[in-house]
Ligand binder design. Structure first.
Ligand code: ZN
Ligand code: ZN
Length: 141
């Protein structure tokens, strides 16, 4: 594949992805709702080994997950665009699909944290849904 590039609204932070995404998760957790301004977070899962910041530096806000571990959420300190998350114990960064220069090719593959989705959040027909995090062995993006 050719590299996929992306960045924030003001252009201070740019990155590139050199390996195919593992999937696209649609996260309805409260933190993603706050970061998006109301909708769920649409996150393309980029392998850490194929992810590279090419310009600038994001600022990372750290909070606690359900299970009490730390998760980082990186955004542009200048324009405030949410960029990617840094969840513990996984080999990928969930990257906000809206930050990709071309995100028309990516399709959602899993809805998670649907327990905290309001009734008016639309969900895709035929895409698996899990109430919180996918259980071990459960559906994966
Ligand atoms: Zn910016
Ligand atoms: Zn979330």
């Amino acid at each position: 594949m050719s590299d996929i590039e992306g960045g924030c609204a003001c252009g201070q932070v740019r990155f590139k992805i050199t390996q195919p995404f593992l999937g696209v998760a649609v996260c309805h957790c409260r933190d993603c709702q706050k970061a998006s301004g109301g909708g769920p977070g649409y996150m393309a899962l980029a392998l850490k080994s194929g992810f590279e910041v090419t310009k600038g530096e994001g600022k990372t806000y750290v909070s606690l997950t359900d299970s009490g571990t730390e998760i980082g959420r990186t955004f542009c300190a200048e324009c405030g665009t949410p960029l990617w998350s840094e969840p513990p114990g996984v080999p990928f960064y969930p990257v906000k699909v809206g930050t990709l220069d071309d995100f028309t090719i990516e399709q959602p593959t899993l809805h998670l944290y649907t327990d905290s989705a309001p009734a008016w959040h639309l969900m895709h027909e035929g895409v698996p849904r899990v109430p919180k995090m996918p259980p071990p062995g459960g559906p994966r993006p």
